[in-house]
Every structure is written in structure tokens, then in C-alpha cells.
Design a protein around this ligand. Structure first.
Ligand SMILES: *[C@@H]1O[C@H](CO)[C@@H](O)[C@H](O)[C@H]1NC(C)=O
Ligand SMILES: *[C@@H]1O[C@H](CO)[C@@H](O)[C@H](O)[C@H]1NC(C)=O
Length: 216
């Protein structure tokens, strides 16, 4: 029984990530943004107001818990919601990682297309709709698979680039310990993969980013 569930789940995970890349799915929506600043090995993006369906997961392994959260989001998109509505896939799959004292908290998220209102998820999925105000995010791209072994390195590289660029003035990073990993490709694509590390930044007013205490 357990085995069966597990292999079903693995199959689903491959299937849904596969959907993101099939030629017919080239219209997969992503959250809209503009580039506010282009750095040497990173960029600052201004993301517009958006909604994300978010699955909270507790744990210590990025890979394992991304799959868990992803599975719940998959069910939601496939009709496990109060209106039994089938919803479109979006990209990327975003895993936000915060490291408070008691174990790491992961939130696995899907961007909800702005065209439809999101039906309420069934309670057993334990999902929450997250509303983002317009916000600026520092982004570093990396290839290959996003794994427990490399995501921290990529995040440190982003922090180091930002610190180099902005060594004077105040720290523009929201919180050094919080970051997100965006994954764009299906697991069966072994090369040409795109992932990103995202960190929220503040006070890029000159580049059109909203300040933390909104106002001009
Ligand atoms: C879900 O269904 C209810 C009742 O039919 C309807 O009022 C509501 O607008 C629907 N919500 C969405 C997000 O489609
Ligand atoms: C991975 O996703 C990115 C962004 O959507 C796309 O540009 C790239 O071609 C994809 N890679 C493969 C191997 O399909």
C-alpha cells in the first residue's frame, strides 16, 4: 500500500514537471516582472502584485520536502479544491526556505494565474493563498539540478555579489537566512536546466522598487 502510494507519487511528480515543458504547454504562465537592475552575475527583478498557492512543510531536506509540498499543490491544481476546478500549471516551482531555531521551514509555492480567482483548497491539503505586494527580488541563475548540496552555495554566491556591489550603505537584503529556489524544468531534463536563487531586497527606490514602508 505504502509502496504503491510512493510510486504513484513519483510518477505524478515526473508527470507534472513534464507538463511544464511539453511543446504544447509553451504558454505556461509565470509571475510578471521587470528587470530593475542588471548586475554582473545577478539581477534585481521587480515582481508585480501576485498570488501564490503555498504548501508549508517542516523538515531538513530541500529535495524531499519540495516533492512533498509539490504533491499537495499538484492535487490542488487537479481539482482537490472546493469547486473541483482544474487549474493551469505555472512555472516556476518555488521553494522558500527560512531557518528559524527549530528546524527549517519550507514553503513550496505555485504562482496562481491572475486570470481566474483561486478556488479554496480542500482543508486536508493544508495550503494557503499568499498575496504578494509588488516587491524586488535579487536573482541568481544556476544550471543543473537544485539539490541540498548546492543551493546554499548558490545563495552564498548571491549574497556575496550583492555585498560587493552595495558594500556602502545599509544592508539591502531582507533577511540573510531566508531565500527561495525557483525550478523551471521537469526532472527528466538532464541538461539545459534553469534554476534561480531568489532573495528579497529592500530600498532599491532608484530602480523603481517599493520601499519597505510603502510610499514613494
Ligand atoms: C466556486 O463555486 C461557488 C459556488 O458555485 C461560486 O460562488 C464561486 O464563485 C466559485 N469560486 C471560484 C473561485 O470559482
Ligand atoms: C528549462 O526552463 C527554461 C525556462 O522556462 C527554458 O528556457 C529552458 O529551455 C528549459 N530547459 C529545457 C531543457 O527544456
Amino acid at each position: 500500500m505504502r509502496m504503491e502510494m510512493k510510486s504513484n507519487f513519483l510518477y505524478l511528480a515526473v508527470l507534472i514537471l513534464g507538463h511544464l515543458l511539453l511543446p504544447g504547454f509553451s504558454t505556461v504562465e509565470s509571475p510578471p516582472y521587470t528587470v530593475a537592475h542588471l548586475g554582473p552575475d545577478y539581477e534585481i527583478r521587480l515582481y508585480m502584485e501576485s498570488s501564490w498557492m503555498s504548501a508549508p512543510v517542516q523538515g531538513t531536506s530541500f529535495e524531499k520536502f519540495t516533492k512533498q509540498g509539490f504533491h499537495r499543490l499538484y492535487q490542488y491544481l487537479h481539482g482537490t479544491n472546493l469547486n473541483s476546478t482544474q487549474l493551469p500549471f505555472t512555472a516556476p516551482v518555488l521553494t522558500s526556505i527560512t531557518a528559524p531555531i527549530q528546524g527549517t521551514l519550507y514553503l513550496v509555492k505555485f504562482y496562481m494565474s491572475g486570470k481566474n480567482t483561486s478556488p479554496q483548497p480542500n482543508q486536508e491539503l493544508d495550503l494557503e493563498l499568499e498575496k504578494w505586494r509588488p516587491q524586488c527580488v535579487a536573482v541568481r541563475k544556476f544550471s543543473g539540478f537544485a539539490k541540498d548540496d548546492n543551493i546554499n552555495e548558490e545563495k552564498e554566491a548571491l549574497v556575496s555579489s550583492l555585498n560587493k556591489q552595495y558594500s556602502t550603505g545599509k544592508n539591502r537584503l531582507g533577511n540573510d537566512d531566508s531565500f527561495s529556489v525557483a525550478q523551471y524544468n521537469a526532472s527528466h531534463h538532464l541538461s539545459g536546466r534553469l534554476n534561480e536563487v531568489w532573495m528579497p531586497v529592500q530600498d532599491f527606490t532608484a530602480d523603481g522598487c517599493p520601499t519597505s514602508s510603502h510610499g514613494e
